[in-house]
Design a protein around this ligand. Structure first.
Ligand SMILES: *Cc1c(COP(=O)(O)O)cnc(C)c1O
Length: 414
């Protein structure tokens, strides 16, 4: 059964006119989004999208930008002046960091522990940087001691890490590595795409010079914006470049002038997306960051306990597991794509497949932002049990009972 939104075009009472029929077939149904992103949108965020578009210099819009910036500083735990939302998804934030902070020939050390570390390498190389890869086997985090040794040896201009590697479900410790990087005079870059809004991110305390995220994972907003924050050191580096940033669109100084007091036109603001981001950040503010992180941890624990009770296992080592993204091992002999197909067709639930070397070996099950609820944990455990049975994989009972027990022990419902 598909759980449709009350204002879905498929609801005949919402769209009685005949000419809407074409849209009925074109627009997608509501899904429960439990993959590696996007995640579910709260109704308030959906409603914010429908507010009238205004011009990018409208005083009301400028006031909204200021509110968004203040909210973003709180979520990033930073006092950075240059804290804003770039147009484009998370990758635009990634590209902005490398395009602005590096000049051709600069050395950069990149931690590669999965798909997104590898993407950083590719982006940095396209911008002409000389990349040293600090590589580990997928499923591992970059060891602190090895990273520090590599920094002292290669003395890079910048050191880049992925905080939450979405391809493996691995969490990376960053503070010590970044402290060593700064001691050597390097700038520090952090990918917070699957962490911001779901687990603690401490930009100032960890000595992060540049960080990027996206709106559609743990912030619970639609895709299309990339929150970024740049330290004073990073801005100084950008402003003393010998050659201008190759990308006009991602030139951070130009964005900073629009978000700052100059309000200089650079691009037409994606107003609707900023309304949605504002609403998503208001929801985070109302919930409280610590409460939100605890919710993500609680639902993570209930999901893991449920999966393990069913006889399934989490691919990622316990001490490295993210609360936002779970790599679940596909049992021997099971057609993982058939299970995902069953989940979407029978329950309208989306989960993700493995990337690269993990294709066919894991499912990626996300509990991010508004998707991280006890309802979704119980739903996906039950649906997975049914789907595994339906594809002929056998019986995997006991998931929901174990999750309920975990919630009961925690004295809480969601
Ligand atoms: C999703 C993701 C990205 C890319 O973000 P897009 O919004 O898809 O462009 C980058 N890094 C990590 C860790 C991600 O999970």
């Amino acid at each position: 059964m598909t759980d449709r939104l009350p204002d879905s075009p498929k609801n005949p009472t919402a769209h009685p006119s005949g000419h809407e029929r074409g849209h009925e077939r074109a627009l997608p149904d509501k899904r429960t989004l439990l993959g590696p992103g996007p995640s579910d949108l709260p109704l308030r965020v959906l409603r914010a999208l429908s507010h009238p578009v205004v011009g990018h210099l409208d005083p009301q819009y400028l006031a909204l930008m200021d509110r968004v910036r203040a909210h973003l500083r709180a979520v990033w735990a930073t006092a950075n002046e240059v804290t804003l939302a770039l147009p484009g998804t998370g990758t635009s934030g990634m590209e902005a960091c490398f395009a602005n902070l590096l000049e051709p020939g600069d050395n950069v050390l990149v931690g590669v522990a999965g798909y997104f570390g590898a993407r950083m390498v590719e982006v940095a190389e396209r911008h002409g940087a000389h990349v040293h890869r600090l590589e580990v086997t997928w499923g591992e985090a970059i060891p602190v001691e090895r990273a520090i040794a590599a920094i002292r040896k290669s003395r890079p201009r910048a050191v880049a890490l992925v905080h939450a590697e979405t391809s493996t479900g691995v969490w990376q410790d960053v503070a010590e590595i970044f402290a060593a990087a700064r001691e050597e005079g390097a700038l520090t870059i952090l990918d917070c795409v699957t962490s911001l809004g779901g687990l603690p991110v401490e930009i100032d305390a960890w000595g992060v010079d540049a960080a990027y995220s996206c709106t559609q994972k743990c912030l619970g907003c639609p895709p299309g914006l990339a929150p970024v924050t740049f330290s004073a050191r990073a801005m100084q580096r950008i402003r003393s470049r010998k050659i201008p940033v190759h990308s006009f669109y991602l030139d951070l100084d130009l964005h900073a002038k629009y978000w700052g007091t100059e309000r200089a036109y650079h691009h037409t603001a994606p107003a609707s997306l900023l309304y949605a981001l504002h609403e998503g950040l208001e929801l985070i503010h109302e919930e409280g960051l610590q409460t939100r992180f605890a919710r993500h941890r609680r639902n993570h624990q209930a999901l893991v306990d449920g999966l393990e009770a069913m006889g399934l296992s989490i691919w990622t080592r316990p001490e490295l597991r993210l609360p936002t993204l779970h790599a679940v091992s596909v049992p021997e002999g099971v057609d993982e794509a058939a299970v995902r197909r069953d989940l979407i067709e029978q329950h309208a639930i989306e989960i993700g497949a493995g990337l690269g070397p993990l294709k066919g070996q894991i499912w990626r099950l996300g509990l991010m932002g508004a998707s991280s609820t006890s309802q979704n944990v119980l739903l996906v455990l039950a649906a997975l049990e049914q789907a595994l049975h339906r594809v002929g994989a056998g019986a995997f009972p006991g998931g929901t009972a174990a999750a309920i027990q975990t919630y009961r022990a925690a004295g809480s419902g969601n």
